[in-house]
Design a protein around this ligand. Structure first.
Ligand SMILES: [Zn+2]
Ligand SMILES: [Zn+2]
Length: 218
């Protein structure tokens, strides 16, 4: 069967929700070649393969989209001069910005399990998040949604978080706010005299909890 090349655009809430890795995983499974990237309008896919397989890609993008994603429109156009040896996730392009960013999302069940697992790196870490949950709108300074454009830019990833962030099959692949006890933001509660309430890093969650209580009490 002869091959065809297409440029596919996906509009909606498609940035910062794990969309690129999902497209990457589906395209690799289907044996398609091309690239997926974020730009100011949403997600841009350039793909080479036979037409029926590209149709399957579109179907699976709908059926397997990440939990926080919302697809508004998908457009397809023929692509000239496409030559890709493999399928890759390409760097974001900066241009006119008119896409939507997901609101902050409550901690997902996977992250919750890690917070309660004493053997996990995220044990009792209050800022645990992944591509399916965590902060979005509240940390973004400008689009496209990449770590360098968020308030997380000042927190350098530790080697373990960097590894998760770079692995397309990891739940934290390109999870822009990903963080752990070693490299992420810290929180602590101080008494009026400046003395800390808690002593060790595993108490951080108690401090955050205490602040919630204080706010609730007015
Ligand atoms: Zn999560
Ligand atoms: Zn880390």
């Amino acid at each position: 069967m002869s091959e065809t090349a297409e440029q596919i655009r996906i509009y909606g809430t498609v940035q910062g929700v794990g969309f690129r890795p999902t497209v990457y995983r589906i395209a690799k499974t289907l044996g398609l070649r091309g690239e997926v990237s974020n730009d100011g309008q949403g997600v841009l896919i350039k793909v080479v393969g036979d037409r029926s397989t590209i149709n399957q890609l579109i179907e699976k993008i709908h059926s397997e989209r990440p939990p926080l994603a919302h697809i508004e429109t998908i457009t397809r156009h023929p692509l000239e001069n496409a030559n890709f040896p493999d399928f890759i996730i390409a760097a974001s392009n900066n241009n006119t910005v008119c896409t939507q960013i997901a609101p902050d999302a409550a901690t997902c069940s996977n992250c919750k399990s890690e917070i309660f697992d004493p053997l996990s790196r995220w044990y009792r870490y209050p800022f645990t998040n992944c591509t399916h949950c965590g902060p979005r709108l509240s940390i973004i300074k400008k689009l496209p949604y990449d770590r360098k454009n968020t308030t997380m830019a000042d927190f350098n990833l530790c080697p373990e978080c960097q590894q998760d962030y770079s692995d397309p099959l990891n739940r934290r692949f390109h999870a822009q706010p990903t963080a752990c006890h070693v490299c992420g933001p810290k929180a602590w509660l101080e008494r009026a005299d400046g003395k800390p309430v808690s002593a060790d890093m595993f108490s951080m969650l108690d401090d955050v909890d205490a602040v919630c209580t204080l706010i609730q009490r007015g």
